[in-house]
Write a protein that binds this ligand. Sequence first.
Ligand code: PMP
Length: 398
Amino acid sequence: MSLFAAVEMAPRDPILGLNEQFNADPNPAKVNLGVGVYTDENGKLPLLACVKAAEAQLVEAARARGYLPIDGIAAYDKAVQGLVFGEGSDILAAGRVATVQALGGTGGLKVGADFLKKVNPGAKVLISDPSWENHRALFTNAGFTVETYPYYDASRQGVNFDAMLAALNGAAAGTIVVLHACCHNPTGYDISTAQWDAVIEAVKARKLVAFLDMAYQGFGDGIAEDGAVIGRFVQAGIDFFVSTSFSKSFSLYGERVGALSVVCENKEEAARVLSQLKIVIRTNYSNPPTHGAQVVATVLTTPALRQQWEQELAGMRNRIKAMRTALVERLKAAGVKQDLSFITTQRGMFSYSGLTKPQMERLRGEFGVYGVDSGRICVAALNEKNIGYVAESIAKVI
Ligand code: PMP
């Protein structure tokens, strides 16, 4: 009998499964609003000009590929710190942050989760309800019990903040709370600055462990604006975790470029934490790959490329915002009576449209418009060519 005879078939990833279904759909008008990927006005995944320029430079000065240090490229880690904590901030000058290069934002979360399992093994993890679908699986696989705190409230087309705060205030000391730093996935609803302050107060008072997932820095209101929440945690004197992803902001999905930063009490503590993060990495994949991080480091540290990146990122952010406004207008023009202006108050790549599972199924089956059953649509995949068809299709199922 085979060793694997009893191995069960795992369920398909719901969103990647949707992609397969989309690819197999013969409808020529089909539109994929399922997967969380930014496409440009021509419906194409962009290769940013700053990335292309940095790659040209790297090819020009081509180097042999030795192993990287376990924690990655030093210039990359430093650039990430500047982006996340602010260039020249006190906390960086004090050496209080341990940062490691990671395999995308997912890798940053996983390195952090494995480290936390060592220092805080009995802790529970709280994620938002709903959250990015991999949060639960990732922390569960790291050995934690994962529960949720209330977040989305369909009836108020927004966040049930009172319930969220009550859950945090009711959590046991040491509970790990995963927070979306900006551009909440999947809902698109972020909390206000005043609400962040209340969260920070609860984290501090209840001695919770905040883990900020920053997968969309620059997609909300701007790089510094979206990063401001990090400064507020620092200001409050809290030790916390931040995972970073450049998948979206550099359109480098397949290069797996991300990071984990851990804010510590002092420099000596940061050195000890870093030594432990390196053990997690060493025993999982030894050390990270060179290319993507080299590209990102080159862009972030070369003033002209940095400026170009900031412009290109602003271009993506503004295009998404324009599509949100256009979608609301086109829906109205298509005869939808409901007020759907909440779509323009949401941030980032996604919108919880408020559509029900049967409506999402009809959109797929009858119109070839693919979103997630939860009603989540990727507004970053809308463009002038498909938005009219999407709006008319939605109008027919509402
Ligand atoms: N966190 C959130 C909230 C995300 O939406 C994503 C990507 N969809 C990630 C983490 C993972 O990012 P990466 O692809 O860089 O691993």
